[in-house]
Every structure is written in C-alpha cells, then in structure tokens.
Design a protein around this ligand. Structure first.
Ligand SMILES: [Mn+2]
Length: 334
C-alpha cells in the first residue's frame, strides 16, 4: 500500500499563495496520486482563518474535486484538520467535551459533524474519506499530527501540566496566543520590503513557530532579519523540533516515526543534521507545504526546505521525502 502525506495546502488563501490553484501544480499532484492508494491531508487543507471561510471553500472545491478524481474509486483520503481548518472539527470537539468523552490521540470524526466537513468529503468523491483528530496512526509505529500543538510550548503559557498531558490540555485556548502576536506585529511594525502589514501578519501566522520566540522580545524590533529562510530554519531547529518532541512525549505517543506539517519547512533536508530530527526512539519528519511564499523564496531554487510541493511517501513502513514541484517551472507557481 502506497500512502502519500501532504500538508498545509491553505486552499483559498486570500493572497493566492496556495500553489494548487495553478494548473501546473495541481496536474503534478494528480499525476502522482494515480499511483497512490491513500492520501493523507495533514492539516491546514483549507484556509479558514483569514476571515473569508465561504470564499476559501469555494476556491478549494475544484482542487479537492480534482484530487478525489485522481485517487479514484478505490482511493482513500485521511483528513486531519490543523489550526487553520480547526473549525471543521469544532462542533465535534464541543459535543465530546459536553459528553465528557476523552479525545484520545486519533479519534474518528463523523463526516456529518459539520456541514463543511460533509461538503469536503463529497467533493473528494469517488475517493473514500475519513477524518481523524488530533492525529492518526498511518501504520504500526507511524503517527501523524498537524503539529499545531507545538505552538503551546512556544507561547510559554503555564497552562500545560508539568508532566503528561492530554489532547484536551492542548486544545484549550489553542491558537489565541499566535493570533494575538500576529495582530500585534501587524499593528506595530512599519511595512517592510514594500509589503503591506497584512502580508507580514500572514507570513507570521504561517511561520508563527519561528517568530514567536523573537516576538516575546519585541515589540518594535526590526522583523526584516528574522524573516529569512535561514533564520527561520535556525529557529525551527532550536525551538520547533524540541517543541514537537515535547508534544509527543507529553501525550505519550509511542511511535517510531512522527510526521507533521504546520511549520511549512520540509525535513530533514539534505543539509540538516539527522540527529536533531530524532528524540529518544522516534524520528521526526516534516512534510513541507504547498504555499509559495515570496519572502522566504526570493532568489531560491529547489530543492529548498520552504519550496512548495513537499510530500512524504509511506510504503512498507519506509518513509521517503519528496519534492513534487521541484521540476515545475517556478513561474507557474506564483
Ligand atoms: Mn498550521
């Protein structure tokens, strides 16, 4: 069985950074899906956080239809919401909380638990869709999670228990700190690189993990230096990977491989120290994203950890990182 894992499509992005709206990128993905049995959409599939969820869903629809068709009748989709499409599982989370049912590591979310979830599953036909939250086991010892829980370790909120934690602990106030930091920066910083403030806020949101530790020492500090791929990469290694390791340890995830997205940085990359991508017996893998972010990619050529089109192939328990858009003309991606 061949499983392809992709993350952070951000379909319906207001600034049109989602590369799958472009034919060349969508064709490349669909071509790959023809040889795939199961597609895992590892969170932030639809951009519902930018205040225009209806428009985002309208723009996502043709992309999801194409994906479903490429997978075909025998194909499976495992959809895991992240922080940008968290609204898809919120009604289900509320109901569980009201009933006092614990969330667990890989709950199965009924497709009918929200109208948008029902619609997304319909668009992905004829592929079969299941929704899991907050994570999913993709095979023995292979755990996948969007990765947004790691934000809680960066926000330095003293609300997590000191040892051990449940998904409920992570769900509490999820995302509010990140949103607050983004708004603060957008409001307090002058435009840089000729980019409007909301562009910067968007970038901060997507790279929130890397900027947060710096944000703590702001406000007013120049953002120009932090917003480069090199510094983001450094921040990610210094704080992002340990934070993801902390999440899996606190939740008691016993996996040989942990896949996540969220931070948009594929890895381990050729230049990365593989040792840093391990914690105890687990290896960590980041799928990368499907967003073209000019501020991070100025002058860059693939392979590059922030280049869109990252994917992980899982087959016979082996994981292989792929850069599906590395050979596509960059002009067709923006
Ligand atoms: Mn995310």
């Amino acid at each position: 069985m061949r499983t392809l894992v992709i993350s952070d499509l951000h379909l319906g992005s207001r600034l049109r950074r989602d590369v799958l709206r472009h034919r060349a990128a969508l064709d490349r993905l669909c071509h790959e899906l023809e040889g795939v049995d199961r597609l895992v959409l590892l969170g932030d599939t639809v951009e519902l956080l930018e205040g225009r969820p209806r428009a985002a869903l309208v723009e996502a629809q043709p992309v999801l239809r194409a994906i479903g068709e490429a997978l075909g009748k025998g194909g499976d989709v495992v959809l895991l919401p992240g922080n940008h499409d968290h609204a898809l599982v919120r009604p289900w989370l509320r109901e569980r909380r009201a009933r006092g049912e614990p969330l667990g590591l890989a709950g199965r979310v009924p497709l009918k638990s929200s109208p948008d979830l029902t619609a997304i599953a319909r668009w992905l036909k004829p592929a079969r869709v299941q929704v899991r939250y907050p994570g999913a086991w993709l095979g023995p010892g292979v755990y996948a999670h969007h990765g947004h829980y790691l934000d809680r370790h960066l926000a330095r909120q003293p609300t997590l228990p000191t040892s051990g934690a449940t998904p409920e602990d992570y769900e509490r106030a999820l995302g509010t700190s990140i949103a607050a930091v983004g708004a603060l920066m957008a409001a307090s910083l002058p435009p840089i690189l000729g980019e409007p403030a909301d562009r910067i806020a968007g970038l901060i949101r997507l790279a929130g993990i890397a900027v947060l530790p710096l944000a703590a020492s702001l406000p007013g500090a120049p953002l120009l230096a932090p917003l480069s791929a090199g510094v983001l990469g450094f921040q990610f290694r210094r704080v992002g990977l340990p934070a993801m390791a902390a999440v899996t340890a606190r939740l008691g995830v016993e996996a040989e491989h942990v896949l996540f997205g969220h931070v948009h940085r594929a890895g381990p990359h050729a230049d990365d120290d593989a040792y840093e991508w391990r914690y105890r017996d687990a290896r960590f893998w980041n799928t990368g994203c499907w967003v073209y972010e000019p501020l991070l990619l100025a002058g860059a050529t693939p392979p590059h950890p922030y280049w869109p089109g990252g994917a992980m192939l899982l087959e016979d328990g082996e994981l292989t990182p792929l850069g599906l858009l590395d050979d596509v003309d960059p002009r067709a991606l923006r």
